[in-house]
Ligand binder design. Sequence first.
Ligand code: UDX
Ligand code: UDX
Length: 466
Amino acid sequence: MKVKNICCIGAGYVGGPTMAVIAKHCPDIQVNVVDINKERIERWNDNDFTNLPIYEPGLEEIIKKCRGKNLHFSTEMPQKIKDADLIFISVNTPTKTKGVGAGQAIDLKYVEESSRQIAKHANKFTIVVEKSTLPVKTAQTIKEILNASTNNKQDQKKEVSFSVLSNPEFLAEGSAISDLENPDRILIGGDDDKSIKALVDIYAHWVSKNKVLTTDLWSSELSKLIANAFLAQRISSINTISALCEATGAHIKDVALAVGMDKRIGKYFLNSGPGFGGSCFKKDISNLVYISNHYNLFEVANYWQKVLDINTWQQRRFINLIINKMFGTISSKKIAILGFSFKANTNDTRESPAIYICKKLIEEGAILNIYDPKVNFQQMSKDLENNDSEMNNDIKWRYSEEVYDTFINADAAIFLTEWDEFQNLNWQKIKKAMRQPAFIFDTRSIVNIKEVKESNLKIWQVGYGY
Ligand code: UDX
Ligand code: UDX
């Protein structure tokens, strides 16, 4: 079976870049990305490429090359489902906010709705691929929904049937295009060899076959969850050590370097910081805790819960430390916030440590000036809004358009995201702009410490005991 037409439901951070790279490498395949969000689709189709809904280095070039040729963005879900030989489900999978499993289990309502749409509109044999990270055994749910509909429609559409595959995406935001272009591995889970081969053939356009792993559906689903849990666990581990370094006078970067050079450990994911953010880690570990408890594996659940606990502990620790260093109060003090996205090179703020930290600083009475090279004012407003009518957000924080303006009259500056431009700042200029004595809090350990010290500013860096 050869796939000639792909539909992807969900034009988000995963669906958009993934389909762009498939379209780039497979000119013989028509790729249709559909989404229920009309505004998002309009932005994908905008001729002003700076208005694309997602910022990823290298994405704009691919959209320019492929859009309108074999890459299309629309809201016409029924038609694109009908046309497709293979459909990726790439919708968001938030944590449940109410009901059974609230705060831990994943809400599958969008996946379920997408499956129902596929069941309703498909009119031939169709391969359905889960791309979203999902709880183990979700493929079974998708299968049941699809099969129920084919049973109902047996008289009218004898030729309709489905094969369900799991093909989790491992891309990280900020490096999505290079991760997709050169993946560590492609993982495909399923029980129908012909469908698996059809999907392998798509990736074979640019990925060597020895990087493609195939397994059963459940192992594939679980592998994705565990890969994220292991990555997050490394961050919590190094963050506990950052506190120990500060207490004992060691230097976290030297420790991480020495530890990471052991090839059994490896050098990646050993940067201490304000804790992990992003749409996946917290959600996936919460889900791992939930399923472990479900299977009465309480020790397993407690172990992974600690990874989450350390993440919030690190953020709380920073807030207390900032207040202590600023003579016990930040009320009415101006604080510059540098970076709002959850990591560099993305405009995504989901679960960004900056949200929690900024809200807490505002609660303590500080007035914030927030700068981020890619996050816009509307997004910050949405993230910082609260329901407390006493609190006037307009006064509590301001959006800064320019990096140096952010420091004007500030008593402190807190670096929260590791954007490149923060690594080469003119510290003499900053010193003049700030109210003295001024404090610099570098939660990512990225600023040029020598230059900051030369300009006589007080500096604290994560994981550095002086
Ligand atoms: C990611 C991943 O797919 C998931 O694995 C991860 O765990 C969290 O979310 P992402 O692409 O980052 O998805 O999410 P998002 O940027 O929110 O995009 C999802 C898109 O699906 C949205 O544009 C939304 O409008 C769309 N959607 C959602 C539909 O088109 N139909 C629906 O029924 C629900
Ligand atoms: C992650 C996984 O890396 C990816 O494989 C999966 O598909 C989705 O989830 P993402 O969340 O986009 O990707 O970014 P990632 O680079 O993993 O960073 C996650 C968070 O951890 C960020 O807040 C980042 O700043 C933080 N982090 C990362 C650290 O604090 N220290 C590190 O050493 C690495």
